[in-house]
Structure formats: structure tokens, C-alpha cells
Ligand binder design. Sequence first.
Ligand SMILES: C[S@@+](CC[C@H](N)C(=O)[O-])C[C@H]1O[C@@H](n2cnc3c(N)ncnc32)[C@H](O)[C@@H]1O
Length: 421
Amino acid sequence: MTQTYRKKLIEVAIPLEAINAASAREKSIRHGHPSTLHLWWARRPLAACRAVLFAQLVDDPSSHPERFPTEEAVETERQRLFRIIEDLVKWENSTNDEVLQHARIEIQKNFPDGVPPAYDPFSGGGSIPLEALRLGLRSHGSDLNPVAVMIGKAMIELPSQFKDQKPVHPGKPERLHYRGAEGLAEDILWYAKELSNRARKKIGRLYPSVGLPKKDGGGEATVLAWLWARTVASPNPAVRGAHVPLISNYWLCNKPKKSVWVKPVVNGTDISFEVHSGKPDDEDAVAAGTKAGRGANFRCLLTGEAVTADYVKAEGMAGRMGWRLLAIVVEGKGGRRYVAPTKEHETLAFSEKPDWRPEYPLSQHPQYMSVTNYGPTNISDLFMDRQTIALNTFMGLIPDVVRDIPDSAQGKRYSRIWCCA
Ligand SMILES: C[S@@+](CC[C@H](N)C(=O)[O-])C[C@H]1O[C@@H](n2cnc3c(N)ncnc32)[C@H](O)[C@@H]1O
């Protein structure tokens, strides 16, 4: 018996305007979107994936003339399906169980013998497997890139394994009832804090706080980031090899209501950096940094001489590039603050050497790693000493923290996952 081909909704029509609007809105979501946890290039909008999966799984009403015999009946039913999609794609409905369940039931009606599984062999940031799971499908994903596989595991596979479970950490539970991945999330935060406390004891000396100026509220503030510039020796022999910074612009923050920038101060062949806020007198100079044209073309801050891209590459390949600290970003009361660099903070980053480095060669393929044109040949060259020490410390402490997870069934499953990772 031949089965008549039934057109799916996606082959006929979908509510594009609503899908496009929801997809565009997703770009500005700052909380709860997977892209805020880990960036992945060419990540597909979740709204579009959800809509496309749904529209691929439900039949277009024209496929059922016995139920929708007239064009009018077909159109009315199509509009009903459109309204489900319009509801489904709204960001705030991503975890709305009522809306999702409505869509799941609609899909199930089209597969009385069970919904098919979904498989994305190029899953990248995991948008398609994630949305397939939300729509009630058994979901699979794979990718050539191990980072993408890790994102998929963390975002899709593990949360579904610990669905509706209570946390196991020995602290005070934050809720009475746990839904979805709430228990797992609480454990992750609890053990991450434990890890961070132990790491602070070991290497906190390399991460001192910073004294805030009175105008920024005074007191000590935690450092969020150190902003560095690479340097090369000036090509002008008159300054006898003094290093000059390569800076694409001096802006630290350039928003309508807040602008902060770095001002270089030259004293002979010495260069230091101040941090200023408010509107600069010469915005073009702030926006230009020490750049001179496209690519890696700069100008010498001491003499104005051209620092060409070829010169920068040659200095990099010879292992002669240096570092200068431009500014320190700290967590102030009511938001980020920017503080001028200090000698202590500049030297601390290089004050200790790691006892292990990731000595693995970088790909020489120019399409993937343009950094190799500037000297680095090894993964270890991409990290400063302090960064390597911090990463080594975290890696060394994870097994200790895992050992302290309670010996319950769920605790054992956490430990097994760590062992497999
Ligand atoms: C466009 S991205 C996928 C984006 C994903 N849909 C999302 O929303 O995040 C394409 C993915 O294909 C992967 N890829 C490329 N060639 C591959 C291959 N031969 N086998 C498996 N994955 C591959 C890449 O690593 C990349 O993650």
C-alpha cells in the first residue's frame, strides 16, 4: 500500500515576521541565554530553531482534506498553528511549561506511534538539540570540534540527567522544591565557590585587590580584568630600543552616559598611563589609539615613526614583543570602575613561573590561527605566566573538590562525570 505524502507546515508557510522579531530580540538578551555562557560562532537563534523544528514536525492542514475539506478550514487551522509558533518563539516562553507542553501535544498528535528523535551532526553551540529537547524529542548532537561537544554536554546532556533532582552540597538548600536543572545549578555554584575559595588560598597573592580613588567611593575593590597592550621596540634608533605600545583605541568605556579612556603620558622615553572620564577634548585621538591605518600598522608613541605590520610581525617572530598594563577594571559599588595601572600589578603578572605549560603546537594553517604570524608557535604562548598558574591551580584542585562531594548516588554520578571528562 502506498502512503500519500503529507506536506509539513514548513513546506507551505510559517509566521516569519514573529520568528524574525523574536530571533532579533535574542541578540540583546543578557541573562539566561546560552551565548552569555559560551560564545559559538554562527550560533542559530533559539527562536528560529524552535519554530523550524515545530513546523517540520506538524503537518500542514492541507494534508488532511478529510478534516479540513475547504480552503477556509485549512486556513483557519493554519492560523491556529501559527499562533502556537508565535507564542513558542517568545524569549520569555523558553521555559514556560504550559506553552511548551501545548506545542509538544500538537507534535505528538502528528506521530501517534511516537515522536521521532532529532539529530544534529553539526551541533556547534547546541541550539537545535536544545530546542528539540524542549519540544519533547529524544535529542542527539555531535560536532567535529571538542569545544562544541563540551557545550552540548554541559547545556543539554547533563542538565537532563539531573532533571528535578535536589542538590547534594552540604550547605543550606536554597529552595524547598527543585524543578528542571535548579538542583544541579545550585550544586555547580556551591562547588565552584568552594573551588574558588581553595584557589584563593593557594594563589590569592597573585590577585590582590585595588584601592579605589575617593571619587569612585574609596575602599578596596576586586579586580575583574587587567587590560594589557602588546609592545615592540620603537623602529626609530634615536630612542635606543625603548618599547612602544600597540593600541587600537584608548577607550575603556564609550557609552552615551559614561566615557572613560586611557591617556598616555610620555616623559623622555618613559610611557605611563592615566585613566580619565568624561568627554575627551580630542575624541578622534582617543578613537585612534596608536593605530595608523588598517591591520597591524601603528605609529611610534615616542617619535611618530611608522610601526609597520611587517615590522610588528618580524619582532613577534623574533620573540621580542613585550607587555604594558593599560588599566585595571574593578568591581565598584554600582558597577565597573577603571583604575590606572600600578607597577605592583604590572610586575605581579610575571612574578612567578608555572611548573607546567600546555606545550602543544598551534595549527600553522593561516585560515585558523593568524596569531602564528606574530610569533606564538605553541598553545602555552597564548597565556601569560599568571594565567597558566591559575589554570593549573584550578585543574589541580578540581579532583580535591570532587573527592569531598557526598557519597550519595547522585554524588557518585557527579564524580563519575568528572572522571570521564
Ligand atoms: C554553523 S555551525 C553550527 C551552529 C549551530 N547550529 C548552533 O546553533 O550553534 C557549524 C558546525 O559544524 C561543525 N563542523 C564542521 N565540519 C564538520 C564535520 N566534518 N563534522 C562534524 N562537524 C563539523 C563546526 O565545528 C561548527 O560547530
